[in-house]
Design a protein around this ligand. Structure first.
Ligand code: NAG
Ligand code: NAG
Ligand code: NAG
Ligand code: NAG
Ligand code: NAG
Ligand code: NAG
Length: 363
């Protein structure tokens, strides 16, 4: 009797475990699709297909990526959007546009990554590096993808799907690093004061955001630009001149300070859509609590690309979780994991305003 009861319990346990396993395997992501617009911080391999020096399809890039291979990510491993997509419950990374195009339309129903190293809000930003997919071009590519989705699902189902996706936009650094801060190649710094230039960028950006809304986007996560004076290449260029570093940081702060109220206005003006601002720079307390000890030095030996990328086949630092920066301009996988966790779940309005990514998914 006792053993029969035990057997019954065992069967019950097994069917429970099977059910659990089935549910886990079928777990749906918190949003059906995720589209990525941006620059090298989010590029997953689009630039591999372009004639550009802003390209990282060689070792040691990717050393901490699954299987340890270079993918075109400007990092030793996953970038921030990869981690966010994992947090949302997607089982694979979002496919880069250059790989999606020509492949089955099934793949694009989970979203597409248009991000491209050296790209900016302004078309001309990054031109000294070669080809890149500017924000305007990314939006044109998105129209192609949207029309494919409409063909596949029909207008009504496509509209519903597109309204449920999250659209991530992280761009603007190259409008400074590869435009405004390069007076030998661009005349923007003689034409515009820092205030005027930030205004110009944010004005163009808000039009680009509205055109994405016109294509059916209703949940947009928009990132500010990082503290541009605190990256290895600008720290090296400024030497010990603290006012040089401060001036670069003032420019990125101006951009962010003008972007935030625009996002509030977008929420007020387009009431059937949700927009949120994400701060890409964790607080000093977050940094200290996360065990990063090497702040402004690159992990790899730099000199590749335009000077900011890893030297091909060079040997990187051993303890990569101690470094904020992988190369001269891009953070490590460990840092991307930290910032993704903050963007996804932070309750602080200085990190995410008015929603974190998890809340945006639930809107
Ligand atoms: C790539 O770009 C460089 C410089 O812009 C140019 O000289 C070269 O011809 C281009 N190569 C190809 C294959 O288009
Ligand atoms: C600045 O450069 C652009 C091309 O990059 C050119 O069209 C424009 O005329 C220049 N403006 C000035 C004031 O030199
Ligand atoms: C330090 O940087 C500031 C701002 O870029 C610049 O005006 C100043 O000439 C620099 N000082 C030195 C000693 O290089
Ligand atoms: C929001 O609407 C107001 C009033 O029409 C307008 O002045 C403002 O430019 C709009 N803002 C954005 C970002 O669209
Ligand atoms: C590597 O870095 C982590 C985090 O800072 C630290 O805990 C660990 O002791 C370091 N290991 C070595 C071998 O330096
Ligand atoms: C990411 O960070 C979390 C803590 O927030 C940690 O538990 C996890 O191991 C990290 N993952 C990677 C791949 O670094």
């Amino acid at each position: 009797m006792a053993s029969r009861l035990n057997l019954f319990c065992l069967q019950l346990l097994i069917s429970f475990l099977l059910l659990l396993g089935k549910n886990l395997a079928n777990a749906e992501p918190q949003v059906p699709c995720y589209f990525i617009f941006g620059d090298s911080l989010s590029d997953s391999g689009n630039n591999n297909f372009l004639n550009t020096s802003a390209k990282v399809n060689y070792r040691p890039n990717g050393i901490d990526f699954p299987r340890g291979v270079p993918t075109g990510r400007f990092c030793n491993g996953e970038h921030m959007q990869d981690f966010i997509v994992k947090h949302l419950g997607f089982r694979s990374y979002i496919i880069p546009f250059k790989k999606a195009i020509g492949k089955s339309t099934i793949l694009i129903l989970e979203g597409v990554n248009y991000a491209s190293g050296a790209a900016g809000i302004l078309d001309e930003s990054g031109r000294t590096q070669g080809e890149r997919i500017s924000m305007n071009q990314q939006l044109r590519y998105h129209k192609i993808i949207v029309s494919k989705i409409r063909l596949k699902l029909g207008n009504s189902r496509a509209k519903t799907l597109l309204s449920q996706c999250i659209y991530s936009l992280q761009i603007g650094s190259n409008d400074y690093l590869n435009n405004y801060f390069l007076p030998q190649f661009y005349n923007t710094s003689s034409q515009y004061t820092p205030e005027e230039f930030a205004e110009l960028l944010v004005d163009k950006y808000s039009k680009q955001i509205k055109s994405l809304y016109d294509e059916g986007a209703r949940k947009m996560a928009i990132y500010g630009v990082g503290t541009l004076g605190f990256i290895p290449i600008t720290l090296a260029a400024c030497g010990n001149n603290a006012s040089c570093t401060a001036e670069l940081n003032r420019n990125s702060a101006l951009f962010n300070d003008k972007l935030k109220p625009v996002i509030q206005q977008l929420n007020a003006n387009l009431t059937d859509a949700k927009f949120t601002y994400l701060n890409p720079a964790p607080t000093e307390a977050d940094i200290a609590a996360s065990g990063f000890t090497i702040l402004g030095e690159p992990c790899c030996k730099i000199g590749g690309g335009g000077g900011e990328l890893c030297v091909r086949n060079s040997r990187p630092c051993n303890n990569r979780t101690q470094y904020i920066f992988w190369d001269g301009a891009h953070p490590t996988k460990a840092w991307n994991n930290l910032t993704a966790g903050i963007a996804f779940a932070s309750q602080s309005s200085s990190d995410a305003d008015p929603f974190n990514i998890q809340e945006l998914a639930q809107q």
